[in-house]
Design a protein around this ligand. Structure first.
Ligand SMILES: C[S@@+](CC[C@H](N)C(=O)[O-])C[C@H]1O[C@@H](n2cnc3c(N)ncnc32)[C@H](O)[C@@H]1O
Ligand code: SF4
Ligand code: SF4
Length: 410
């Protein structure tokens, strides 16, 4: 969508963003870039919290003002459900509200570090035969990637600096973040924080959104999944992150993402408490296991790799059940429909959940292939046909649909 068209559509109405997470932030940034003011945020779970300097509103308070006064952008995970609420309140899609995907239909993960210091057994870095170890993206390459994206996706709202790697391993990350933010684009980082690094330079670059991923509140529990990880180091880094944020980047949104497994539920309250003390948002989610390559094979009768087999025993929602839910669900389409990965060697992967599958590489060099051609190749990708034939293209939604109920109230 072009900026002028969008501006005309809103008219004189106040613009509210429904969703106070990373998607909400990124739309806020995209709007600022084209000179449109956001009047506030709406969120069922986070009403009353402060977010980007706004007091998050309850949906009812906004909806009650009516479609003649309010325009809504839905930038939250449960778009279909929220759309229904808007419709029930007289808001019409395209006239009175849009979804995040209407504004920015494509999403790119830029895997600036093609390697990781850990070997989590529910991640392909820890459970699959060696995959793409493609080193670090240079700043010069990143600049070209961003230029191309901005030319081809005018309302690009954010860049995610990770896929199957640990972004803080790339020494050029701070420079990439600063460059991105200076162009009015949200910058998202997710890290295991189980490493010694110059956290200060990363924080000074002011990423918009900083996620820390972990799977336990004590050493023994944490290291069941986060192999090679050191929880004491993570906690030391979390404390430092809190101090650095206060000093250099008070606007930076920090969330700690606690992956829920059978063996780590007992640590939720302790970690939630620590996050509260440090001023971070604490979120939980049902852990799944990647990569999708192995799930596709498994659905076709091929056994899982041994480490993945080991990891599955800890999942709260079993793989077989998740596959069944994926096959039966009509609720969602493919989990990576419009999502792509740009590797650090500039090759382009079709799907954010595939790891080793060579046929999912749509281009050896993203910079050389126009977006239209990329979509053409994506629509004709052989591995997608196999994935859909086995009905596992919604596998990850089975976990997301479980929500964030454990701990979200803490
Ligand atoms: C593969 S990680 C790469 C970034 C970084 N190394 C990290 O772990 O945060 C990308 C995202 O996947 C999430 N993730 C990793 N393993 C997961 C699992 N088993 N279940 C759910 N989410 C997971 C992490 O929280 C992270 O935000
Ligand atoms: S989940 Fe993140 S930290 Fe764990 S192995 Fe994968 S990339 Fe590394
Ligand atoms: S169809 Fe399957 S492999 Fe293709 S993008 Fe969707 S989830 Fe990924």
């Amino acid at each position: 969508m072009e900026a002028e068209v969008f501006s005309a559509l809103i008219g004189g109405r106040k613009l509210y963003v429904w969703g106070s997470g990373h998607f909400g932030t990124s739309i806020y940034y995209a709007m600022a870039r084209i000179g449109i003011d956001v009047s506030g945020f709406v969120d069922t779970n986070k009403a009353g919290h402060e977010f980007l300097g706004f007091n998050v509103m309850k949906p009812d308070d906004i909806l009650a003002q009516g479609k003649d006064n309010i325009f809504i952008i839905i930038s939250a995970f449960f778009t279909d459900e929220i759309s229904k609420i808007c419709e029930a309140n007289g808001f019409c899609h395209s006239n009175d509200y849009l979804t995040h995907a209407d504004i920015n239909p494509y999403y790119f993960e830029v895997d600036v570090a093609g390697c990781c210091n850990l070997r989590c057994i529910t991640c392909p870095r820890g459970n699959s035969p060696a995959g793409p170890e493609v080193g670090m993206m240079s700043f010069a390459s990143y600049e070209k990637v961003l230029d191309k994206l901005l030319r081809e996706v005018p309302l690009l709202s954010d860049i995610q600096f990770y896929s199957w790697g640990e972004p803080l391993l790339n020494p050029k990350l701070p420079q990439m973040i600063s460059h991105t933010v200076s162009k009015g684009i949200a910058a998202a980082v997710s890290s295991n924080l189980s490493l010694k690094c110059s956290l200060e330079t990363v924080v000074k670059a002011s990423p918009t959104w900083f996620r820390v991923s972990l799977s336990g509140a004590d050493d023994d529990t944490y290291s069941v999944i986060h192999r090679l990880g050191d929880l004491s180091l993570v906690i030391e880094n979390l404390r430092q992150l809190s101090v650095l944020r206060a000093k250099f980047a008070p606007e930076m949104f920090v969330e700690v993402n606690y992956h829920l497994y059978k063996h780590n539920l007992g640590g939720v309250a302790n970690m939630a408490k620590l996050c509260k003390d440090l001023g971070f948002v604490f979120r939980t989610n049902y852990a799944y296991t990647d990569p999708l390559d192995a799930i596709i094979d498994y659905a076709g009768g091929i056994p899982l790799p041994p480490k993945m087999e080991e990891g599955r025993q800890y999942l709260l929602l079993g793989i077989d059940e998740a596959i069944e839910l994926s096959q039966q669900s009509g609720l969602h389409d493919c989990v990576s429909e419009n999502r792509f990965v740009i590797h650090s060697d500039l090759s382009l992967r079709r799907c954010t959940h595939l790891y080793n599958n060579k046929s999912s590489i749509l281009a050896e060099n993203f910079l050389e292939i126009p977006l239209d051609e990329i979509f053409f190749r994506a629509n004709n990708c052989e591995v997608c046909r196999i994935c859909r034939r086995h009905g596992v293209h919604r596998f990850h939604f089975a976990y997301a649909d479980k929500g964030i109920e454990v701990g979200s109230e803490l």
